[in-house]
Write a protein that binds this ligand. Sequence first.
Ligand SMILES: *Cc1c(COP(=O)(O)O)cnc(C)c1O
Length: 432
Amino acid sequence: MNYYSTNKQSPLVDLQDAVVNGLAPDKGLYMPERIQRLPDSFFDTIAAKSFHEIADEVAVAFFGEDIDPRIVKALTEDTLSFDTPLVPAGDVYALELFHGPTLAFKDVGARFMARVLQYFIERQGVDDVRILVATSGDTGSAVANGFLGMEGIRVYVLYPKGKVSPIQECQFTTLGKNITALEIDGTFDDCQALVKQAFLDPELTSRMQLTSANSINVARFLPQAFYYFHAYAQWRRLGIEVDPVICVPSGNFGNLTAGLIAWRMGLPIKRFIAANNRNDVFLEYLQTGVYAPRPSVQTLANAMDVGNPSNFARILDLFNHDYRSITSIISGYSCSDEDIRETIKNCYETTGYLLDPHGACGYAALRQGLRSGERGLFLETAHPAKFKDTVEPIIGQNVEIPERLQAFMKGEKRSVALGKDFEGFKRFLSAD
Ligand SMILES: *Cc1c(COP(=O)(O)O)cnc(C)c1O
């Protein structure tokens, strides 16, 4: 399968080049040339299938032309070492994506990408690679843990100083081995800009193989489609007659884009709701047709503090830039920090379900957005214990930290402090 750039100014590439390069030379994002519609028989029997069976079939549809399907299945099953259960939260459902090693949905994409990249390095003779990843919190931990100890891969996690919770920080600053944490004196957008600039720097790219593990990478964002299919299988088992409305708490919009791809593959989803925090340029686009990126502001749902979502380019591309088609399937919603607090409190008191700040945006957006006769689910993208400092005062109770999270907190923090200027970052990378 070939991949094209959303900017249409770069040559087509195969999966290996799309994964290893991350971003296309024309700064566009890679998209699969074809999105394969799965057969009706797959959907007719999906309720009887396991998560692994479902994901195997979806993964082979994506990657089976480039990697032996038996290997694709092995990589997929190794990635999905945990479940993504659909759990009731009052009158809606939470698709819990936080049962992986770092307790956030990004474990799925990061683990898959690490395995695919290692396959290319071992079997295809790809040279050592360096992964650059900008994080507003959860990406860094998922990627660092997904790639930890992998031969031939070095990971650099760039994160905004003081804007990541201590629990998040320890998940990528305490690992050592092939993981280096870079504490940038700036915002998440500055971190993202440094990474993008590095890929476009001829001196760096001629000296080292750089790649990205942000959701711009196809091996990270496509596998996120797996759990949309699994959610639907569970939905069917619940016996709900109508197709689900799916609400996605969104930052860089990789997760929502993966959902749109699942829908294009034939998954019966009624429509999508994109939940934003105050960083709501996407909602503004839906309302006005004008996309006006702006600097991000800090919120309680910090993994969604993105002012210029990278996957917006993919959404435009999927719909041939047709505003009407986009607004016919996606609606939006914006949550203030006050809304997030109220939602966590209300949901906990009325249903007993404890949301994290990101899931709270999803829950609020879904319940506000559901129309008469519709039923829905939202993606619960992180475990509430990752945001203990926010959640505990709101509900007035302790939140227990799962053991695998506690283990990170015992480690010693090690990071390299850098400014937000590109030259300093470049010097560091060149010398390392
Ligand atoms: C990354 C992240 C998001 C945003 O996902 P995108 O794919 O960037 O839209 C939402 N919630 C949590 C907890 C995250 O880590």
